[in-house]
Design a protein around this ligand. Structure first.
Ligand code: FES
Length: 290
């Protein structure tokens, strides 16, 4: 066949009607978008993406929520510890009829609470603290020694047990945990690490600590008395400082320290917090990210 002759065997090349496949002859693929049981590629990829995102979110959130929630919910183990007869600790309690300005008013006993390592130096200071420490007189600028002595003596003689309360103050600094020490000169606690300063009740007076010193619950009990578990739970077994002073000659009157707790600047109790952790305010909710 010559090259310029048309191929009579090829359809549609001879000018006749087209007999090949037509677009309308194809059966369209089934659309499964409305079929919840059919997994399309898009649906498969979406499911994988959502599942992966969920796993990553859980991997981040679970430890954070666990840190924030699990610790407060975890039961604390503690028990009352008998630290000795009340008479051992009441040496600096009222009356102060013969006081001079050098008399230690309501200060101070300390006892080790943990560890044999001197570096740890975990101690509790047992303070018979003035409810209003600021009421304690200080010498006036032009006041004579005799004049101040007389004023101090009159003030000290007026103090009763009702003007004092008993505090067990933990010497763990509320900044980063260094052991603070009581400084009789300044009548407060000083931290050697970063200069944190606290008054005789453990309230912050200077430096970086974000909250006051932690405390331990403390009570004086008369172990010659019988108390029910309900009485003990409600605090009915506790002697007031005045009652304890009146009974202090009895070796059955004992001082017990119990559970540790943190306090706010207003001395409201909170569960025990770690050093550096504020107990109130917005920042307390962001710890440890602040
Ligand atoms: S650890 Fe006490 S001030 Fe820093």
């Amino acid at each position: 066949m010559a090259e310029d002759e048309p191929d009579s065997g090829a359809p549609g090349t001879q000018g006749g009607p087209y007999e090949g496949p037509r677009a309308t002859d194809f059966t369209p693929e089934a659309d499964h978008s409305d079929d919840p049981g059919y997994i399309t590629r898009t649906r498969f990829l979406s499911t994988v993406a959502i599942a992966g995102g969920g796993i990553l979110t859980a991997a981040i959130l679970v430890p954070v929520v666990g840190f924030a929630v699990a610790n407060p919910l975890k039961g604390e183990e503690w028990r009352w510890i008998d630290i000795g007869p009340a008479s051992d600790f009441l040496k600096n309690a009222p009356p102060y009829a013969n006081a001079t300005p050098s008399t230690k008013i309501g200060e101070v006993a300390s006892l080790a609470v943990a560890g044999t390592d001197p570096e740890a130096d975990r101690r509790v200071y047992l303070m018979f603290g003035l409810v209003e420490p600021s009421a304690k007189p200080i010498p006036g600028p032009d006041e004579s020694t005799d004049g101040f002595d007389a004023r101090f003596k009159a003030w000290a003689a007026s103090i009763t047990a009702a003007d004092m309360d008993m505090l067990a103050i933990w010497n763990r600094c509320a900044h980063l945990g260094c052991p603070v020490a009581y400084a009789a000169g300044s009548q407060g606690f000083i931290c050697p690490c970063h200069g944190g300063a606290y008054d005789s009740r453990g309230l912050v007076t200077g430096g970086p600590p974000p909250r006051p010193l932690d405390r331990l619950d403390v009570k004086i009990v008369d172990q010659s008395q019988q108390y029910s578990a309900a009485d003990i739970a409600s605090g009915n077994d506790r002697l007031s400082l005045q009652q304890a002073i009146a009974k202090s000659s009895s070796p059955k009157v004992r001082v017990l320290v119990g559970k540790a707790y943190s306090i706010s600047d207003e001395q409201e109790p909170f569960p025990l917090h770690a050093p550096g952790e504020p107990v109130t305010g917005t920042l307390s909710n962001l710890y440890p990210f602040t």
